[in-house]
Design a protein around this ligand. Sequence first.
Ligand code: FAD
Length: 445
Amino acid sequence: MSRQPRVAVVGAGLAGLSAGLALAKRGWRVDLYERSRLLGGKATSFEVEGYEVDCGQHVVLACCTATLDLIDELGLRDSLYIQPRFEATVLSRKRPPAHLRASSLPAPLHLMAGFARYPHLSTLDRIQVARALVAARSDRSPKGDMGSWLRRHHQSPRALRAFWDPFLVPALNAPLDRVSAEMGLFVIRTAFLGDRDAARIAYLRVPLARLAEAAAARLDGVHMRQAVVGVHREGDRITGVKLSGGTGAACDACVLAVPPRRLNSILEDAPAVGIEGLEAFEPMPIVDVHLWYDRPVLGCDFAALLDSPVQWVFEKSPGYVCCSMSAADDLVQRPERELVELGRKELAAVLPEAARARLLRGAATRDPDATFIPAPGVRRPGPATALSNLVIAGAWTDTGWPATIESAVRSGRTAALTLFSNAAGWQSTRSGGGAGALMEVAHAV
Ligand SMILES: Cc1cc2nc3c(=O)[nH]c(=O)nc-3n(C[C@H](O)[C@H](O)[C@H](O)COP(=O)(O)OP(=O)(O)OC[C@H]3O[C@@H](n4cnc5c(N)ncnc54)[C@H](O)[C@@H]3O)c2cc1C
């Protein structure tokens, strides 16, 4: 039989799309099922008052190699902004804008010259930050949470507020006392200590949904507004997915690339297929406030704010700024009007031009389940399940990365590889010569 294996990919986030792309590239027929009307999952865009906005500002770093590779593969490299060298403008109420810049020295010395001139740290803070960076390099099995780790390494409240919080809280989307030290140190090592260029900030200059759309265009079937509510199982194989509305679709294999709670409800009994601990994943919101002014207000592309619920602000086009608020569990329920006013006030306090400019309109986007908290002790499952033709993917799965785009892309690719390597084993259970095609695919990886 020459039929290509048919795989159902559930979830059109970047994990599902990355899995689908990898499978399609090897000749598998991919049917993508997405419950919403939007491609991209948490990394999407939609219209707000006639403007297409991202659901929230998304940034990656140059160390996010799988994401940059995906952007290349989908032909969007020209739409990517990437810093030539790491640099961040830091705004505060009390001082003029400060800058943290990497020098051309090799890591970790590349940060030292920038620190020496960073006015928000005292000389002692700078020494202690440098010591903590050295300790982060060698501490391979840290215990407990990241906040405690930093305090154990003599980081002052000022160093936390002016250096660690602005960089680590958005990267991990959680207060540092709730994040495992292991994940915090992974971020520090990967972004700041591995390679001089790793922390360069990058983002797409086109709406985020373009990435998902480009990926979906390479798949065979894209079924939007089609929630998968369960799977059909025969013995140790998945044979199809159950769709909302009572219909179903047959498949030879299945990738479930949905958040933990949804996975639990699709599978009904996740432990029975070898997936434990889904209830341990605690979500954390992100809120973004979009402000349209009558003129440019920022004077640079993006900046960090100290002592503000707005951690980073991006001027995405002249006069349109996006205020990003991570770890926003105390803000997510607030009415849009209040959030817009909060964003406006916070910018006016640190940007004289924003105080003078006229606000034309404002909007807030919020996701109560933006990411999960990488808390100490949370065990993330890998892609494999007890069934060889069923794999899972998602930024929350065990990629070693925090729940980010990079984690989603890596998880999708690893899930596809897991299916390829399992495919050889289906030979004996599949009818007809389909297994031959599967063997070919497995050898091609
Ligand atoms: C506001 C915001 C800002 C962020 N900022 C950044 C950032 O700056 N940098 C960064 O790297 N990351 C950021 N993230 C995190 C990043 O967007 C996510 O980690 C990543 O996109 C998750 O991808 P995923 O495919 O794992 O999951 P998701 O994007 O959640 O995709 C899952 C998909 O499955 C669908 N689905 C669920 N149930 C079903 C079902 N039963 N049937 C069919 N479909 C179903 C969902 O609708 C969704 O489309 C941000 C997230 C948010 C919300």
